[in-house]
Design a protein around this ligand. Structure first.
Ligand code: ADP
Length: 356
């Protein structure tokens, strides 16, 4: 196993598209790193450069202590799991898993042992003689995982491996991938656009936007202290609310004409400045009469089972509030309170967190 180190990595495609704009970070030995971001942000390009499937325009990629920029994919000691599984349709499951090892001249008994062990771990032993077309999507994904495991690589690379599965199977496979990665301890880099997958799988979360890294850290660090409005809005479900506000006198924050207490120790101190206030739906409460801090005009309510999501407006801004079932009114004005410690303030001009 090995660490992966990216230093100033850039990718400019033919035609001048700069897909990756100088990305640097380290994935420690055994760590599970997830690259997340919206479609087109450059995450697959970055993964493919680590894999050796794309040339690197600038910067270096190291696996262990080796710079691999000019090393062929097959020589990088990585194994990749793709979204479309990339299985050979004319080969049995066994042969699909054994193929890479045979190409490397691994002894037959060793191949047999590794394939059987991987099949056991992944619970696909009963299907070893089948062709991929006789398997369900989830079983095919397991075979693709098995093919990666038997290689015993230094690094696993996953490119949206769960995207073709239905919602329930995705959750199940997500748990299996996490369990497997923990058990094997193989350094992993995983690409997804799904923030829940990213939050749940990663030890190290890298949020990308338009070819650059917005923020790197543990999932909970990014959730609690997003550095930018982009990260704040991208992570968390239901998503964070953003309402325009203004700093009042020291210790005051004004939203929708009402003044809330604000913890002055948290940096932003210039009275009168416009701010963008981020509040997660779960950090808003229905106010006791007389203690309202924010007044919301209720539009509709979504039932989520254990909780309800009340949607409404504060002035022009949309707001969602997550409350226990049975609280939500269907219409009218609703008074809310917010814990000042749970708000996030961003500079409307550049989207940066004010109390960095
Ligand atoms: P993501 O995986 O985050 O969806 P990609 O890495 O696939 O994003 O793409 C990043 C950007 O690079 C996009 O603007 C995409 O259109 C562009 N791109 C990807 N592949 C190529 C290519 N082979 N040639 C030119 N542009 C490409």
């Amino acid at each position: 196993m090995a660490a992966v180190t990216l230093s100033g990595v850039r990718k400019v495609y033919q035609g001048g598209v700069e897909a990756v704009r100088g990305v640097s970070f380290d994935v420690a030995d055994g760590q599970f790193c997830v690259l997340v971001g919206p479609s087109g942000c450059g995450k697959s390009t970055l993964l493919r450069m680590v894999a050796g499937l794309e040339t690197i325009s600038d910067g270096t990629v190291r696996i262990g202590d080796r710079v691999v920029n000019d090393i062929e994919p097959a020589e990088r000691d990585i194994a990749m799991v793709f979204q479309n599984y990339a299985l050979y349709p004319h080969m049995s499951v066994y042969d699909n898993m054994a193929y890479g090892l045979r190409n490397r001249g691994t002894p037959k008994a060793e191949i047999e042992a590794r394939v059987r062990e991987a099949a056991r771990i992944l619970a696909i032993e009963p299907y070893l003689d089948r062709r991929p077309r006789a398997l369900s999507g989830g079983q095919r994904q397991r075979v693709a995982m098995g093919r990666a495991i038997v290689r015993k690589p230094q690094v696993f690379l996953f490119d949206e491996p769960l995207s073709n599965l239905d919602a329930k199977l995705r959750v199940q496979m997500r748990v299996e991938i996490k369990r497997l990665q923990r058990a094997l301890g193989v350094t992993s880099i995983y690409v997804t656009h799904d923030q829940i997958e990213a939050m749940t799988l990663s030890d190290l979360l890298v949020v990308m936007n338009a070819g650059h890294v917005e923020q790197i850290g543990t999932p909970i660090e990014l959730y609690r202290r997003p550095r930018t409005r982009f990260v704040a809005g991208f992570l968390g479900s239901p998503a964070m609310n953003f309402v325009p506000g203004r700093l009042g006198q020291p210790g005051e924050l004004v939203i929708g004409g009402r003044t809330l207490p604000w913890d002055v120790a948290r940096g932003a101190t210039c009275p009168g400045s416009a701010v963008e206030v981020g509040i997660r739906p779960e950090n808003l409460r229905v106010a006791a009469p007389g203690s309202e801090q924010i007044l919301m005009e209720v539009e509709f309510v979504e039932e989520l089972g254990a909780t309800q999501l009340i949607h409404g407006r504060v002035g022009e801004a949309a707001l969602a509030v997550q409350v226990p079932t049975g609280i939500a009114p269907e219409a009218g004005m609703l008074g809310l309170t917010v814990d000042p410690g749970s708000t996030h303030l961003f500079d409307p001009a550049n989207g940066l967190r004010l109390d960095l």
